[in-house]
Each structure stands twice: as structure tokens, then as C-alpha cells.
Design a protein around this ligand. Structure first.
Ligand code: HEC
Length: 146
């Protein structure tokens, strides 16, 4: 009699335990998936960046590869310096690279507006030892889109 009354609640407990573990696992899984999804949408080129100034855009996007000082890097890949970069003299070239991408540089045309691309191109062309006075306009960026 006494053993029966003991096994009663114990059984109920062992029956509940797997359910609890399952729901805990599920919660962890859902949490992780949400985090991955969030991360993926952050990386997706269809996501619009909220920044509008060239400086903020540079630090949000470009510095990840070209480095904060725009001196570039090489290791797992080669990221050219944008600092003192004579190739930036041709504003149209910089616009094209940002809009359409080039080799290991991803196209950012669908992630950024014409105004944002003009702003970030103007920023790199007038900072990091670059001193090109002519400014790219949003209209020029629009014209460079495929
Ligand atoms: C995922 C890494 C990555 C990101 C992010 C990135 N770039 Fe690049 N960028 C590259 C690579 C790699 C190249 C070299 C492409 C090649 O081999 O022609 C490059 C080349 C360039 C060039 C041509 C430089 C030259 O001397 O020919 C410009 C201009 C440029 N990037 C500007 C930008 C700007 C502005 C941003 C931010 C809006 C940016 N990049 C974001 C990787 C990146």
C-alpha cells in the first residue's frame, strides 16, 4: 500500500519530465533560430541601413572589410586600402564598385539608397588622405544602377 502511494506521484513526475525537457529544448531552439534569422536579415543585402551620413555608413558597412582607418587588410582575404587610393579619383569607378560589387566586394546597390551611396562614396573620397573635391550626386548613382 505504502509503495503504491509513493510510485503514484513519482510516475507522474517521470512522465512530465521529458515534456519539460522537450519544451525547454524547443524554447532554446526557437530562440537560436530567431537569433540566426535576425543575423541573416542584418547581413541580407535587401535590408536597408538606417544610417544616412557617409561617415556612419562607412563605419556600419565598409570598415568591416576595409578597416576603420581604410588601410585595408589581408589575411583570410585581401581588402584593398581606400586610404590614399588614387583609383578613387574617378568618382564613377567608386560608385560602380559600391553599386555592382567587384570580385570579393559584394554589391551594395540593393542595400543602400542613391543618397546613401553618394554619401559614403563622397566620404571616402574626402577622408583617409583622399582629397577629391568633386562630389557624386544621387542622380549619378541612379544612373550607375544596372
Ligand atoms: C565584404 C567586404 C567588403 C565590404 C563590406 C566593402 N568592401 Fe569594398 N572592396 C572589397 C574588396 C575585396 C575589394 C577589392 C575588389 C577587387 O578585387 O577588385 C573592394 C574594393 C573596393 C573599392 C575599389 C578600390 C580600388 O582601389 O580599386 C572601393 C572604392 C570600395 N571597395 C569601396 C567600398 C565602400 C565605400 C564600402 C562600404 C559602402 C565597401 N567597399 C564595403 C571588400 C569589401
Amino acid at each position: 500500500m505504502t509503495t503504491q502511494s509513493l510510485t503514484g506521484p513519482t510516475r507522474a513526475c517521470t512522465r512530465l519530465a521529458p515534456r519539460f525537457i522537450l519544451s525547454a529544448l524547443l524554447a532554446t531552439f526557437v530562440g537560436t533560430t530567431a537569433a540566426i534569422a535576425q543575423n541573416a536579415s542584418f547581413r541580407s543585402t535587401t535590408t536597408r541601413y538606417p544610417e544616412s551620413s557617409g561617415e556612419a555608413l562607412y563605419h556600419a558597412i565598409c570598415q568591416g572589410c576595409h578597416m576603420a582607418d581604410a588601410r585595408g587588410a589581408s589575411g583570410a582575404g585581401t581588402y584593398p586600402a581606400l586610404a590614399a587610393d588614387t583609383k578613387l579619383e574617378a568618382a564613377g569607378y567608386a560608385v560602380l564598385v559600391v553599386v555592382q560589387g567587384q570580385k570579393a566586394m559584394p554589391p551594395l546597390g540593393s542595400a543602400l539608397s542613391d543618397e546613401q551611396i553618394a554619401a559614403v562614396v563622397n566620404y571616402v573620397r574626402s577622408h583617409f588622405g583622399n582629397d577629391y573635391k568633386d562630389e557624386v550626386t544621387a542622380e549619378e548613382v541612379r544612373a550607375a544602377r544596372p
